[in-house]
Structure formats: C-alpha cells, structure tokens
Design a binder for this molecule. Structure first.
Ligand code: SAM
Length: 274
C-alpha cells in the first residue's frame, strides 16, 4: 500500500517529506509507542500513513495534523480514514491545549518529524507540556544527541538543558537512511520524551533559565566569569558554588537552575543592566 501511494505523490522538500518504507522499522516504532485503546494519540505529519495505518489497527480514533493538502486527499481514500480526526494545520502553531479541553484528555504525540522544524516544534510543545502524556519522535541523529547530552559532551547546550528540564528522554531506536524514501543524507533516531512527574529541577521562571542559557552558550568556550558577567559577578558565582572559571558546557542543569532562581530573586536590579 505504501509503494502504491508513492506514485501519486512527489515528496516536497520544504515539508521534510522522507517517508518511512521499512515495514520492520515501522513495526518496531509502533511497538515502542505501545498505544492503548483509551489513550489519545496525536500524529504530526501522517504523510502516506506509514505509521497511521498500523496505529489505526490498534485504536478507535487517531488525531492527525498535516500541512500538505495533497497528502490529506490521498489519506481520505484509505480504509481507516473514518478513525481519523484530521486537522489540516501547521503543527508549529497548532493549539494542543484545545485538544485537552475538547475532552481528549492528556495526549500522546508522535511522528516521524520533518527535520527542518523538529527543534522548533519540540520547544513549542514544551510550552503546552501540561496536556502531554508523552512524545515519541523520529529525529535527525544530531538533534537526538543534543537532547540527551550531559555536561562536558560536545552536543550539550541550550536544547539539552531546556529539554531535560521538562522531560526525561530515552533513545529507543537507531534508524538507517535506507528505511526512508527518498533516502535522507542523515541518520535518524527514535526517541521518547516523557514530562517529569517529580521533576529533579525547579525554577521560578523558565524564561530566566532560557535567558541565562542563551547568553552562556553564545560563547560556550568562554569562562563563565566572562560570558555571564552582565548577570553575575564572580563573587556571586562563587557564593552559588559555581566555579567562575568553568565554561557554559561544563555546568549542570541543577546549577543553571540555581543561577536562574538567584536571578529571579534579584532580577529587577540585574536584568535592568542587560
Ligand atoms: N509519517 C510519515 C512517514 O513516517 O512516512 C511522513 C513523515 S514525513 C518525514 C513528515 C510529514 O510531516 C509529512 O507528511 C509533511 O507533509 C508533514 N509536515 C511537514 N511540516 C509540517 C507542519 N509544519 N505541520 C504539520 N505537518 C507537517
């Protein structure tokens, strides 16, 4: 069925259309997501239904969000279409919180994401995390490495800190470029992001965490006493038990939270300076 659909659709690059074609990989992905009848699953970018169809075999309803009207026309012809709640929308501006209020409860979001929007989409979804049970995404390998990176790792940065602040993240599968059509230039990784129930991290204001990481990682190799000098004096860093000679890439998420909460308390005075 997947092969037949190929002939009716020319992949659109700007929509990141690399369709899954390996049946074993598709089955492994469905197994990892492990959907249950009573859960509300939301697929971003159903495309030619590589994941949509097997998912519909296990569910009574499936919410899908797709930006390409041609793909939606093809979807309409499929036998499982009656199970779908279709949104012809951009996943980057979609209101996921509304789904919760439309009696769908907590949502489980999944998708083989268009790689050009995956980072922005994940950051956008964090803003609506209160209605999310979990997220299972196919990502470009480098993005997945950034999500799970620890301090000291070359991939560790803002995305690692903000993502791990919200979620616990697990790499589930490594996927070869040959499993897609057309074949992408990059390797892929399927990951699970589950919002913390008892978070190890606490900040009063996540915007301040975002601001500090933004400033710190503008110069990731600079010592903190230089890169963060507009926000914290050397004396303050020492008081917060953070070595001012360390660099942005060496500071743990807990330490970034400590910096954020200090700034939150003193913000009027310090934030005026920047
Ligand atoms: N799920 C299919 C699969 O695994 O074969 C297709 C995956 S393909 C990598 C990405 C899909 O996301 C395409 O169907 C594409 O049209 C859709 N898409 C791209 N940008 C989107 C956006 N901003 N909002 C919703 N869907 C989008």
């Amino acid at each position: 069925m997947i092969m037949k659909s190929f002939y009716k659709h020319l992949p659109i690059k700007r929509y990141g259309q690399n369709f899954l074609i390996n049946k074993n990989t598709i089955q492994s992905i469905i197994k990892q997501i492990n959907p249950k009848l009573k859960q509300t699953l939301v697929e971003i970018g159903p495309g030619l239904a590589a994941l949509t169809e097997p998912m519909c075999m296990l569910l009574d309803k499936l919410i899908v969000i797709e930006i390409d009207s041609n793909l939606l026309k093809l979807l309409k012809k499929r036998s499982f279409y009656s199970k779908l709640i279709v949104f012809y929308k951009d996943a980057l501006t979609f209101n996921y919180i509304d789904l919760f209020y439309q009696n769908h409860g907590l949502i489980r979001i999944f998708g083989n994401l268009p790689y050009n929007i995956s980072t922005s989409l994940i950051l956008y979804l964090f803003q609506q995390i209160t209605v999310v049970q979990d997220m299972n995404f196919m990502l470009q390998k480098e993005v997945a490495e950034r999500l799970v990176a620890c301090p000291g790792n070359k991939s560790y940065g803002r995305l690692s800190i903000i993502s791990q602040y919200y979620c616990s993240i697990k790499v589930l599968l490594n996927i070869s470029p040959k499993d897609f059509w057309p074949i992408p230039k990059v390797y892929s990784v399927f990951v699970n992001l589950t919002p913390h129930i008892n978070s190890p991290y606490f900040v009063y204001d996540v915007n301040i965490l975002s601001l500090i990481t933004n400033i710190a990682f503008q110069n990731r190799r600079k010592m903190l006493r230089h890169s963060l000098n507009k926000l914290f004096s050397e004396k303050t860093l020492i008081k917060l038990e953070i070595n001012p000679e360390l660099r942005a890439e060496n500071i743990s998420i807990l330490q970034y939270c400590k910096l954020s909460n200090y700034l939150h308390k003193t913000r009027n005075r310090i934030l005026k300076k920047i």
